[in-house]
Design a protein around this ligand. Structure first.
Ligand SMILES: [Zn+2]
Length: 315
């Protein structure tokens, strides 16, 4: 029996972000052979129009998967995605399938990024992986026992909303003290604004244009790169919060490797040492166990789109 020719196979994946839609076409070996992007429009109808146009402009394809932020059901319905659309129960999979005349696989964007790093990225070959995307918030994905875990409803990996302080700051999810309030890009900015409010971080405030309320994560990074001790102290505190969540996740999932991705991964050199140092202190019985490896993601901004294409192929 001869194998079907793999040459010419084109697998389309689209990462639908809050600001842009990034499409990639993979060949049979998982290599990116085309890439296109569009701004993400507002409103569900406009999003379907944009995705249909983007898919068609990528040329013929054999399968299509999309990755979207938020609570994505196994049936391709987005239950809630405040950063993408203001409607609940958006039937994006069904609507786009009807438009394109073929099945569209829909997954959470962090689940897609996890699949990509696991199948073709830095976690290739591992059986137990937790991906943590540190961006505006925190997303996550889990591979356990050699399988990508989706949960009963598709909602596995909402690790950013693990509460680490019930008396902490209010989260957009309506609860207080979620991990992402401290350990995301917004968390880093919040930690810096708290410190600046007590008269510290003069250099960071200066970099932010003199306005404490305007402090963002990149201002802390810029001052830290100058060697500013107070900025480095905020990064260390941030590393402690990241490590606290990773130690909690280790207790639940016992992974071989954590893959840290998202926007903050571009400044990995600033964060990795503090995160590693705190993690080895906060881990349960650190001297009596193997420690999970901490690595930064390798596929960059393409991870979600590549994973969407790979999951569509598998499903
Ligand atoms: Zn929350």
């Amino acid at each position: 029996m001869t194998r079907a020719p793999s040459r010419g196979v084109r697998r389309l994946g689209i990462d639908v972000g809050g600001t842009k839609c990034l499409a990639v076409v993979l060949d049979a070996d998982g290599e990116v052979i085309d890439e296109q992007r569009r701004p993400t429009p507002k409103g569900p109808e406009a999003i379907i129009d944009t995705l249909a146009e983007l898919a068609e402009s990528c040329g013929p394809f054999d399968s299509i998967g999309i990755g979207v932020p938020g609570l994505v059901g196994l049936d391709g319905v987005i239950h809630a995605s405040p950063n993408l659309v203001q409607v609940n129960f958006f039937r994006v999979g069904e609507l786009l399938s009807a438009r394109l005349g073929r099945h569209v696989q829909v997954d959470n964007d962090a689940t897609c990024a996890t699949a990509a790093e696991w199948k073709v990225g830095v976690a290739r070959g591992a059986t137990d992986v937790v991906m943590v995307t540190l961006g505006t918030g925190i997303g996550g994905g889990v591979v356990a026992g050699g399988a990508l875990i989706r949960g009963a409803n598709g909602f596995t990996g909402e690790i950013g909303h693990m509460v680490v302080d019930p008396d902490g700051p209010l989260c957009p999810c309506g609860r207080h003290g979620c991990w992402e309030r401290y350990a995301s890009g917004s968390g880093l900015a919040w930690l810096a604004r708290q410190a600046a409010g007590t008269g510290q971080l003069a250099r960071v405030v200066e970099v932010a244009g003199g306005d404490i309320a305007a402090i963002r994560g990149e201002h802390v990074q810029a001052a830290a790169r100058e060697g500013n001790a107070e900025a480095l102290a905020v990064i260390d505190e941030f590393g402690r919060w990241v490590a606290l969540g990773l130690s909690n996740l280790t207790n639940i999932l016992d992974p071989q490797v954590f893959v840290l991705g998202g926007g903050l991964a571009v400044a990995a050199d600033l964060y990795l040492d503090p995160i590693r140092a705190w993690f080895s202190r906060l881990l349960y019985s650190p001297e009596l166990r193997p420690h999970p490896r901490l690595v930064f993601a390798g596929l960059g901004e393409r991870a979600g789109a590549v994973g969407a294409a790979l999951l569509a192929d598998a499903g």
